[in-house]
Design a protein around this ligand. Structure first.
Ligand code: BJ8
Length: 426
């Protein structure tokens, strides 16, 4: 990796622990990713992106800022990326999947809070994330209680704008949400000094839809038996989607899909045909949280779909591209971004319908209900998920865990037993 030290120190990064963090990531990546057999050639680009995780993209963001551009950090798929692009900015997803800055975090947050929240606050408080430090504005949202209260604290450290996400999806909620979309537009225009116009929003919608279409294409190729790509590799691509350049990323995903189509044509897969196929549903897996997929795919199964925000929820819906005015396009953006089914909503029957559809389309043998510790919305909603799946005769395994490896042995034993049961049931 080129020398980025002056870039990082210019951003105020605490260099010593930052170096230690990057040095710990590389062996983990080697163990989890590079040890996989028969990976598609097109993964080279995504390996390169991880190799440069705090390098090239951070450099690009800061080159953009030097020319007057603004970078906006987000934490949730309900925040419309289109609006940032249409206002002339660049967005980055800041959710994080590793334990960092624990001492600093526990000085301001309760010990027993969701690891995803602890992680992004740890990166901020310990000054370990150059993406965070490259942001001119952070856009939070009122989804779960843990996040919305944490954004109040985060506002002591950086400019924060919080969107009110409704908890239902009825007519008054849609109205409130459209008003929130317009408030965000005003805040972004103020930040960048550029107007969101009909043309700029239309172009941004088109760019984001092209990215979503590429990700959908990738997902759909995993319906094949054997699948041409592992669940781990697919997850990595979904994680990188939150911060890579939109057009370059879309092009690389489409190039990879061309290769995967060829693999399917030739009957080449990453596992033998008939390998038990898993769907993972639940809380997001932010980079570098690869724990559960690694355990599952080294236990004789393959993950073929994710009903996660780092998965299907991120790309399932396109924004309607047609609209005769800026107002109509904003309504389209609002409609599209209220569509995913996060457990923060009530009732949330749409999530069960999505799970059912994915099970059928991807010929799923068993489901892992993945819950980050202390995530109340998903932990409580597990009841509905399990009841629904049992009624359909689909085996389900509940995996409630955090970012540490302390429970890895126990989790692996449970997954192996689950996979063995699926194999015998087949
Ligand atoms: S749309 S899942 S990205 S809110 S895991 S912080 S819910 S306690 S991340 Fe999320 Fe948006 Fe929903 Fe997706 Fe809270 Fe749960 Fe932690 Fe979570």
């Amino acid at each position: 990796m080129p020398d980025y030290e002056s870039l990082w120190s210019g951003l105020g990064i605490d260099l010593k622990p930052h170096t230690e963090l990057l040095e710990a990531l590389l062996p983990l990546y080697q163990e989890v990713y590079l040890s996989q057999k028969n990976r598609p050639r097109g993964m080279e680009y995504f390996d390169f992106v991880v190799g440069e995780i705090h390098g090239l993209r951070v450099q690009e963001l800061n080159d953009f800022r030097r020319q007057g551009g603004k970078v906006v950090g987000t934490f949730c798929i309900y925040v419309p990326e289109e609006l940032v692009l249409a206002a002339g900015g660049v967005y980055v997803g800041l959710c994080a999947g590793v334990e960092v800055g624990t001492a600093q975090v526990e000085a301001v947050l309760p010990r027993n809070i969701c690891p995803l929240i602890k992680s992004f606050m740890g990166f901020k408080l310990a000054r370990l994330c150059p993406y965070f430090e490259s942001c001119d504005l952070l856009v939070g949202e009122t989804t779960c209680d843990g996040k919305k209260k944490t954004f109040e604290i985060l506002a002591d450290y950086a400019p924060v704008h919080v969107m009110e996400v409704p908890q239902k999806k009825e007519a008054p909620d849609q109205e409130l949400w459209l008003a929130e979309i317009k408030k965000l537009v005003a805040r972004l225009e103020e930040l960048t000094g550029k107007k969101v116009t009909y043309e700029s929003l239309r172009k941004a919608i088109w760019q984001l839809n092209a990215k979503r279409r590429a990700l959908r294409r990738l997902a759909e190729l995993r319906r094949a038996d054997p699948p041409p790509i592992s669940g781990l590799d697919a997850l990595l691509i979904f994680q990188i989607a939150f911060y890579d350049d939109v057009e370059r990323f879309t092009e690389k995903v489409n190039a990879l899909c061309d290769e995967l189509e060829e693999r399917i044509h030739q009957g080449v897969g990453v596992v033998p045909p008939g390998t038990p196929r898993l769907l993972v549903t639940g809380t997001p897996m932010a980079i570098p949280n690869w724990k559960l997929p690694h355990l599952a795919e080294t236990s004789g199964a393959v993950i073929v779909a994710e009903e996660l925000c780092t998965g299907y929820r991120y790309f399932q819906n396109l924004t309607e591209e047609e609209g005769g005015s800026l107002e109509e396009l904003l309504v389209n953006v609002a409609r599209r971004h209220l569509a995913p089914h996060c457990a923060c909503f009530t009732p949330n029957g749409g999530r069960l319908e999505d799970i059912e559809r994915l099970i059928q389309e991807y010929r799923v043998d068993g489901v892992i209900s993945y819950i980050l510790s202390f995530c109340d919305p998903y932990a409580v909603e597990h009841y509905q998920v399990e009841k629904f799946l049992k009624a359909q005769g689909v085996p389900v395994l509940k995996a409630e865990t955090d970012y540490s490896m302390q429970d890895a042995g126990q989790l692996k034993t449970r997954i192996e037993a689950f996979v063995e049961m699926l194999r015998q049931k087949a």
